[in-house]
Design a protein around this ligand. Structure first.
Ligand code: 5GP
Length: 261
């Protein structure tokens, strides 16, 4: 697959065209941004970890019937994905109150929600991704009623699957953000999961200590972001720890002496 010209550059990823108009290459950068681009840094290795973690999660979601854009991971930083038209909405699912929810509504940080809470935000950096309602989505024709129901159902399935997957490795899925895209197929448009699911887009806390293993390490200046992401990858059994792979010591075989009969 030949890599073509850059068609979009976001805060953490670049999208390149390919020789097939239906496929694009998604490149994961090391750039970290927060608070609508006010805080920026480059964190060595973050893109590689997100590429690998997102590939693992999207592959697993596909296996349980949640259609998504991933075709395959190409290398350390790139994935081949379906070319979709991204719906301009960020879909947020929360299991535990934290972040903007606690600030906005004064809910105590760490409150476990009785039911997962879905929020919609308009994907618009200039406006600071404002919270919107289902009525806004319908009024401005970003999606129709049927599409909203479909996506809400997918969100519940994604949340169930991810919660189970992370719980199994001692991690609480606090909240996450996903994006969906439209894919033209045989004259009709399907909606599929797109973008990425990684510690950049989820809040992940250690199940016993509540230690943050996600992008909040950057947002809150906690340090050791890469170590947090590595911990997630290690627990998901997808990190083949380089430092544990020591070169085998080569020692010259000793000459074997045979006793003379
Ligand atoms: P909050 O609204 O509390 O800031 O974020 C809720 C969840 O959505 C968190 O897991 C956060 O990482 C994710 N999220 C919300 N907006 C964005 C965004 O613009 N970029 C990324 N990477 N994640 C986001």
């Amino acid at each position: 697959m030949k890599k073509g010209k850059k068609i979009y550059e976001g805060k953490a990823k670049i999208v390149f065209a390919t020789s097939d108009k239906n496929l694009v290459i998604q490149h994961f950068k090391d750039d970290a941004t927060a608070f609508n681009n006010q805080k920026k840094d480059v964190i060595d290795g973050k893109g590689i970890l997100n590429n690998r973690i997102s590939e693992h999660i999207l592959t697993n979601l596909n296996q349980v019937g949640i259609k998504n854009h991933l075709i395959k991971r190409l290398n350390m930083r790139e994935q081949l994905v379906q070319h979709v038209e991204i719906i301009p909405i960020e879909f947020i699912v929360r299991n535990i109150a934290t972040g903007s929810l606690t600030k906005r509504l004064g809910i105590e940080d760490g409150t476990v929600l009785e039911y997962p809470l879905v929020e919609y935000c308009l994907k618009n950096d200039e406006l600071g991704d404002p919270l919107i309602s289902k009525e806004h989505i319908l009024a401005f024709k970003w999606m129709d009623d049927f599409e909203i129901d479909f996506v809400n159902n997918e969100l519940a399935r994604i949340n169930d699957f991810l919660q189970g997957m992370f719980r199994g490795v001692g991690i609480k899925l606090v909240d996450f953000k996903v994006e969906f895209g439209r894919l033209e197929k045989n004259g009709k448009k399907d909606i599929i999961l797109a973008d990425e699911i990684s510690p950049d887009t989820c809040r992940l806390w250690d199940a016993t200590t509540d230690k943050k293993l996600d992008k909040d390490r950057f947002r809150k200046d906690l340090g050791n972001l890469v170590e947090g992401y590595q911990e997630v990858a290690r627990r998901l059994d997808i990190l083949h720890e380089q430092s544990n792979i020591r070169p085998l010591k080569y020692s010259k075989p000793k000459a074997v002496k045979f006793k003379k009969k």
